[in-house]
Structures are given as structure tokens and as C-alpha cells.
Ligand binder design. Sequence first.
Ligand code: COA
Length: 432
Amino acid sequence: MDWKEIYNKRLVTPEEAISHIHSGDKIVTSFGCCEPIGLEKVLADHYEDYHDVQISNMLLIGDTIWVHDKYKGHFSYNSFFASKSSRKAISCGDADFTTCYFYEIPTVLREVIKPRVSIVSVCPPDEYGYVSLGTNVDYIESTLSYCDLKIAQVNKYVPRTHGKALKHVSEFDFFVNIDEPLPEVPSAPLTDVEKAIGKNCASLINDGDCLQLGIGGIPNAICEELKDKKDLGLHSEMVGDGVVDLIKSGVINNTRKNTHVGKTVLGFAFGTKKLFDFIDDNPNVEMYPIEEVNHPIEIAKNDNVISINSCIQVDLQGQVVSDTVGLNQISGVGGQVDFVRGATMSRGGKSIIAMPSTAKHGTVSKIVPTITENSAITTPRNDVNYIVTEYGVAKLKGQTLKNRARALINIAHPNFREELIKTFEERFDEKF
Ligand code: COA
């Protein structure tokens, strides 16, 4: 059958599409900039027709409607990455959270959660009948191979990205046309602290290195410091706007990679229209499923991989907490450990955890004698290579407990060093 015939037959109203969802179903949706918000809203509007439907996805930029009180008993929410709008519900048990490494999420979905329904955002079909999953290929791509019901919100604002983002219309059961601008993650102006962290991280990056950049303001600060580097590569679960100018200017050209030579490899894009326009129909940017992008063995196939991620707290042994404060789920593991391990396994690779030295407007130190009670360790001390703050670089790999503590105290905020030194001297019974 001609693809247009398939497409036109399967193009239905939102109401028709959601009538195929049943009470008791588990649904997985795209997240971030490609969350199918328009279709989700229609589903939420019909909440009285549904009972015990579970929605799973990852970091949402705007509201998490599924945690609203009114939907209790109708919809429940199971997140892989808490956002500002779902943290409270997860902490008090109104929503739940699945913790696992990002590269494992496709397997956890397929083998443990087993959603029957997949709802994704796609761009309109091209002349050959292919739509694209846009900014998000990550865990959602594989759901098209095992979910019984695959519904695509066709949105003209979704960029037509390449790699495994391209899917033939025959792979979906229903299409619903809802055009709406994508949610954006704006970049705030860089603070002096972020600029100093950017400089300290850049001091660890050499020409030809292959980068992974995590989430938050720090990646943009690092990108600002890389303008004079040469032949950088990019193989990253995600990127924000910061990389666009580096790729356009040729600083990132991917020529020294061992895999996907000449191509930027991503799992998802998390930025603004600047980034969406850049990845739209750009053959140099390839989007792949997260089980490929984030698998530590895949990551390690490139030499000189530098992974840069952030965290909430580090203790004096170098244990890293990145997604909880006590029992409160702040964010998620994401691909932090995937890339820390991949970078460490890569020949010449380095993993960097970069963070401001304080949180809560300078009132608490992120470097602490012991981790806050009940917080979960995200990256174990044995995996950590470097910790960076605005005050410098602490190299922890291969270091003794005393040397780790010394290095970390030296990059703590001066307001907290005295207290940390006291802990050091009591613990080790020797002068700092
Ligand atoms: N004690 C108490 N609260 C703390 C804290 C600390 N030591 N450090 C951070 N927080 C709070 C902040 O106050 C903020 O709370 P708010 O949102 O209510 O204001 C919240 O935690 C997030 O901190 P913030 O500094 O705004 O985060 P960020 O946007 O710079 O992101 C991480 C930092 C660590 C949360 C983020 O990098 C992350 O989730 N990392 C884990 C996953 C990962 O690295 N994945 C790889 C790429 S996806």
C-alpha cells in the first residue's frame, strides 16, 4: 500500500485515538521538548473514562499534569527523572519513581514495566513516508517495536532529525495532528561561579577529545571556554543550546572519533528553538536509542572521552549524590553513571563531576563530611575521577582517603573549609 494511503487511513481525531486506550493500561510517552502535550491534554480531559492508567516518562519541562489530585484513581505517574513539578508528589507517595541507569531504561520498560501504549511526537511525513521522532529518540524508539498501540502526535514544530529518529508511517497505529510549539529550556545568563567552573573544566579538555555534557547551566559555561579548541567530538546522551555555535564554527567536527566519524551522536536534545532549528534536517547530527548512545561499552569505543556531569553533594571520600536530598527525589540518575563508566573505560578518557561549591544561595556546602542521611549515592567513590568547583580541580582517581579529603577541602568554598578541616583532623588524627 502507498504510504499516503496508510497515513490517511490512520490519521484520526485525538478522541478516536485515545478511545483505543483502556483502563488498566500502562502508557509510555516521549519527554522533554518532544512531550506530546496536546494529546496528553485530550487524554486528561477524558479522565472520567479511565481508571488505573499508569503514565511513565522522564524529565518534563512544564507541568506534570498526571500528579494533579483530580486524576487520582484515573491516572498514576511513574517517573524515571523527577522534575520540579513532580518532586513533591514522588516524595509524598502520590507518584512513584523508577530508579535505574539510563541505558537500561529501554530494557526496564520492555521487560518490567511492559507498557501497552506508546505516545510520541513526530514531525509530518516526508515524501517517502518517514516521520521523525524529533528531539527525543532515547528510550522511546524501542517502544515502537513492542507496544501494542502506537499513537503519534504529528506536530509541524518537531524537527526532522536523522539517525534512528526516522520511522516509516507504517510503524504507527494512529496519527493525530496537533501543531504546538515545543517546550523550551532557556539558557540563563552565566553566573561568575559557572564561568569559573567552565574554565576549570576546560583546563582538563584537550584538542581531539570526545565530549559528553550533562544537564544544567554548567555545560553552557564549558562550551563558552572551548572556542579555541580543535577537532572536538560529541557523543552525548543530551545537549543544550551551548553546542550549536561550537559545531557551526567547526570546533566540534567529530573527525577524531572512532565511531560515527564526522557525526554528532545524541540521545535527546534539550534546549530552545535555536537547537531545534540546528538539528532539523541536519545530516551531521544523528539521534540514536539510549541503549546504544549510553551503553558504557559503546561510549568507550571512542578515545579520550570526557564526561561532564553535575551533582548535589560530595562527601570527603568522593561519594557523589546527584539525584536526591535525603528521601526527596530531586532529579534522576540520567546517564551520569553510564558516561562516568564509559569515559573511565575509554583510552585517555576522564570523568568529571562539576558543581558550584555551595547550594541554597551560598548557605550550604556541597562538599560535606558525610552525605545527608537517606540520600542515595548516585556515583560511587571508586568511579569518580575528577571533582571540579569554581575553586579548582580535585583529582580523586587512585587517591587515598586522606588525599581525597585534602583535595576536596581545597576546592570547597572558603566559608566551609575550616569546618571541613576540623572534621579531617578529628577523623585522621593529623594536621591538615
Ligand atoms: N543541599 C540541598 N539542596 C540542594 C543541594 C544541596 N547540597 N544541591 C542542590 N540542591 C537543590 C537546589 O537548591 C535545587 O532546588 P530547587 O529546584 O528547589 O531550587 C535543586 O536541588 C536542584 O539544584 P540546581 O542547582 O538547581 O540543579 P541543576 O539544574 O544545576 O542540576 C543536578 C544539578 C545535580 C540536579 C543535575 O545535574 C542532575 O540531575 N544530575 C543527575 C543526572 C545526570 O547527571 N545526568 C546526566 C545528564 S542528564
